[in-house]
Design a binder for this molecule. Structure first.
Ligand code: ADP
Ligand code: MG
Length: 425
């Protein structure tokens, strides 16, 4: 029964003003009362950028901003979606024939992915219909994962309506703090600052190139060491197959790869394959026209960043007197590596990081995919009020006069809670 599922809070809805507002809007939209309220938080990645898809762990923290969905199951096999934000139009579909149009970045597609994901995971043949009202306050396209919060929240909504116990559904997937908990230092705050540059969609092509560069680097490193390179897809697999440290992988990168960009012809020669093989078996459909690849720089970023995540975790566990300073140094190194080796920063992010350091951050870095979006800084707790006032003045008042003042661009984060289901009281 849903009310016994872990992560479910019964009889709490009435106490929350945001839920009450949502309930009123739900009533006027659907003429009925929601049965459940489900939330999934956004997250900020404290360290470990662009290494997850290479097989390495990262260090995200849930933030207070979240996706909240009010839901009512219906008997009609129709899924009706509405949003409190008029930017996101209503949507309705039959649950028996869900089509996800991947060519368009429509908001309801994220919901459908979560919905369909659960149906498919449990092999359900007769999905229930539902009415849903979505209310999100995670700034979109800023590196705080508003899209994955929406997918997770929709998945959790679907599970809840099906009356399924969360523990049957890999709770870990709905929780951004996956795997081991890392205790962050108590004497410091993490501050998120939005550069106000929206990660533009051109960034997606840069992103695709980075993924392929990492794959190619992994294959060249594997070939250099006489491994079965054609099966290798990720930089982490090379390390695992060799059974060596990240430091050893950095030395190998230096030995086996050169800093000059690689042409397709050179890559083909190194691997002993034809251009046709490269195109059809290694490159993705959206990287067919890329002519040069920076393999040394990308591999160096990934292995050094993976090592920084481990150092960060170790420092948090050891908690020496200068913890905040040490963590800050790692975050600064991470930003430098993202900027110079991975080339995923931009001038506004670099300026913002400089301003944050100038006004008391021990460390500051871009977070999320980069090319815009947010920075995250570690700030000693006693410096926080001055820090916020000075950064507000130096970056937002001076440089971005026109930004809507109600938009929350700069805020300290208390680590937020995980995904939750509220029951209607
Ligand atoms: P990020 O995940 O880093 O925030 P993305 O570009 O991946 O950025 O995702 C942003 C998209 O997520 C938006 O264009 C929209 O489709 C969807 N989204 C974000 N917030 C909401 C919301 N409150 N309601 C509906 N859809 C949302
Ligand atoms: Mg996203």
């Amino acid at each position: 029964m849903a009310s016994e599922a872990p992560g479910t809070r019964g009889a709490r809805a009435a106490a929350q003003p945001r839920l009450l507002k949502l309930k009123e809007m739900f009533k006027s939209k659907f003429g009925s009362i929601p049965k459940y309220y489900v939330r999934a938080p956004g997250r900020v990645n404290i360290i470990g950028e662009h290494i997850d898809y290479c097989g390495y762990s990262v260090l995200p923290m849930a933030v207070e901003q979240d996706m909240l969905i009010a839901v009512e199951p219906v008997k009609t096999h129709t899924l009706q979606l509405a949003n409190t934000n008029p930017l996101y139009p209503d949507f309705s579909t039959s649950v028996n024939n869900i089509q996800i149009d991947k060519t368009k970045p429509l908001w309801h597609n994220y919901f459908l992915c979560g919905f369909k994901g659960i149906q498919e995971h449990f092999g359900l043949s007769n999905p229930t219909g539902m009415n849903c009202l979505v209310d999100g306050n995670i700034p979109p396209s800023s590196g705080l994962s508003s899209s994955s919060a929406l997918v997770c929240c929709a998945g959790l909504v679907t599970l809840t309506v099906l009356g399924m116990n969360l523990s049957k559904a890999k709770l870990i997937e709905f929780n951004p703090l996956r795997a081991t908990d890392v205790k962050l230092p108590s004497g410091a705050a993490f501050v998120i600052a939005n550069s106000c540059v929206q990660m533009n969609k051109a960034a997606t092509s840069h992103f695709n190139v980075r993924v392929v560069e990492c794959r190619l680097a992994a294959k060249l490193l594997a070939k250099h060491k006489g491994l079965q390179w054609d099966e290798v897809m990720r930089l982490e697999e090379v390390q695992a197959k060799l059974g060596v440290s990240l430091e050893a992988m950095l030395l190998l990168t230096k030995d086996a790869l050169h800093p000059e960009p690689y042409s397709r012809e050179e890559i083909c020669m190194c691997l002993g394959i034809s251009l046709e093989d490269l195109r059809t078996q290694i490159l993705t459909p959206n990287t067919q026209d890329v002519l040069v690849f920076k393999l040394y720089q990308r591999a160096k970023h990934v292995y050094s960043e993976a090592a920084r995540v481990l150092r960060f975790k170790a420092i948090c566990e050891e908690a020496p007197d200068n913890t905040v300073q040490l963590l800050g140094e790692l975050m600064n190194q991470s930003h430098g590596s993202c900027r110079d080796l991975y080339e995923c920063s931009c001038s506004e992010l670099d300026q913002l990081v400089d301003i944050c350091r100038k006004f008391g951050a021990q460390g500051s870095r871009l977070t999320g995919a980069g090319w815009g979006g947010c920075t995250v800084s570690i700030v000693p707790a006693d410096k926080l009020p001055d820090f916020l006032a000075n950064v507000q003045d130096a970056y937002y008042k001076r440089r971005h006069h026109s930004e809507a003042p109600e938009k929350q661009n700069l805020f300290a984060t208390k680590p937020g809670g995980g995904a939750l289901v509220f029951l209607e009281a």
